[in-house]
Design a protein around this ligand. Structure first.
Ligand code: ATP
Length: 298
C-alpha cells in the first residue's frame, strides 16, 4: 500500500521585503500564486525512513533527514508517537534551489501523504501548524491557489482569483541559495530606510479580476536586485522574454528561475520559443496558475 500526493510550485507575484529583524528574519508581504509545475511524493511503509528522488535535478536533492519531506514525516510521527518508517519517493519536476518552493512542496506533500498512510487524521489546522514549523513557504504549498503571506510569509490569507494566468518559466544553469539572496538584500539596503512591507491593492484587484495586463503592471519583487547582483546573467534572460512580448518579467522569489507573464496561452508559447532560442537559460516551461494545493492522487 502506498499514497501519492501531487504538489505545485509557486511564483511570487509580489514579494515586498522589510528590513532585517533582530532575529535575522525579514517581515514580508508575499503574494503567492501556485502554478502547474508539480512534484509527486509517494510514501510506502518500509523498515526505516528512506528518501529517493527522480528527475532532472535529482542529484542536487539531499536524501538524508535534512530533506524537508523526511522532516515532515518525522514531525508528524513524533507528534503521534509513531516510528517514521517510510520510504519517501519524490518525482521532482520543480527546479531545485530555483525560487519556486520545490523543497517546501515536498514537505507539504510528504506530510499529507504520511497523514493518509498512517491514518493520523490531522486537522487542517494541525497540518498548517506543522507546515509553518517546517518552513515559511510550506503552508502555501499545502493550500495552493493564491494567498497573501505575512509575517515571515507563513501567515496566510487565501485570495480570490478571477481567471487563469499564463506563465513561462526559464530555469537557470545553476541555483541560488535563499539565505545568500537575503544577505545580499541586507547588504544592498544597508543604511537605507526600508519601508514596512505591505500588499499592493492594485495587484490583489488584478488577481481578483483575472486581468493579465493589470497584474503585469503591479507585479514586484524586492529580492530581484539582490538576485541580479549575485547572478547578473539573469538580466539577459529577462531582456529576451521582454523582447518576445511578455507582459511582465520577474525573478521568481529568491531566484534564479525567471518568470514571464503572457497575455494568453498562444503568446506564452511564443515567449517560450524565443527564450529557448536565446541561449540565456537551461530550459523553459509554459504553464498556468492558479493551481490546486497538495492533493492525494492515489
Ligand atoms: P524557496 O523558493 O522556498 O526559497 P527554492 O525553490 O529556491 O526555495 P528548494 O528547491 O526548496 O529551493 O531547495 C533549497 C535547498 O533546500 C536545496 O538546495 C536543498 O539543499 C534543500 N532541500 C531540502 N529538501 C529538499 C527537497 N525535498 N527538494 C529540494 N531541495 C531540498
Amino acid at each position: 500500500m502506498s499514497v501519492t500526493v501531487r504538489v505545485p510550485a509557486k511564483v511570487n507575484v509580489q514579494l515586498a521585503v522589510g528590513a532585517a529583524r533582530p532575529d535575522g528574519f525579514h517581515d514580508l508581504a508575499n503574494v503567492f500564486l501556485a502554478v502547474g509545475l508539480y512534484d509527486e511524493v509517494t510514501v510506502t511503509p518500509a523498515d526505516e525512513l528512506r528518501v529517493t528522488c527522480a528527475g532532472p535535478d535529482a542529484g542536487q536533492v539531499p536524501l538524508d533527514r535534512t530533506n524537508l519531506a523526511a522532516r515532515a514525516a518525522i514531525v508528524l510521527a513524533e507528534r503521534r508517537g509513531l516510528d517514521a518508517a517510510v520510504h519517501i519517493h519524490i518525482n521532482k519536476d520543480i527546479p531545485v534551489a530555483g525560487g519556486m518552493a520545490g523543497g517546501s512542496a515536498d514537505g507539504a506533500g510528504a506530510l499529507l501523504a504520511c497523514d493518509a498512510l498512517w491514518g493520523t487524521q490531522a486537522s487542517r489546522e494541525e497540518l498548517l501548524d506543522i507546515c509553518a514549523e517546517l518552513g515559511s513557504d510550506v503552508p502555501f504549498s499545502l493550500v495552493g491557489g493564491a494567498a497573501l503571506g505575512t509575517g515571515r510569509g507563513e501567515k496566510l490569507r487565501t485570495l480570490e482569483v478571477g481567471g487563469t494566468f499564463h506563465w513561462v518559466f526559464a530555469m537557470a544553469s545553476r541555483g541560488l541559495s535563499t539565505p545568500a539572496v537575503f544577505r545580499e538584500f541586507d547588504r544592498l539596503t544597508e543604511g537605507l530606510d526600508v519601508p514596512e512591507p505591505v500588499e499592493s491593492q492594485p495587484l490583489l484587484d488584478a488577481l481578483a479580476k483575472g486581468d493579465p495586463e493589470a497584474l503585469a503592471a503591479a507585479v514586484s519583487n524586492d529580492l530581484q536586485p539582490a538576485a541580479l547582483s549575485l547572478f547578473p546573467e539573469l538580466a539577459d534572460t529577462l531582456a529576451a522574454g521582454r523582447a518576445a512580448g511578455a507582459l511582465a518579467t520577474l525573478v521568481s522569489g529568491s531566484g534564479p528561475t525567471t518568470a514571464f507573464l503572457a497575455r494568453d496561452a498562444e503568446s506564452a508559447v511564443k515567449v517560450a520559443e524565443a527564450l529557448s532560442a536565446s541561449g540565456t537559460c537551461r530550459s523553459v516551461r509554459t504553464t498556468s496558475g492558479p493551481a490546486p494545493g497538495a492533493t492525494v492522487t492515489s
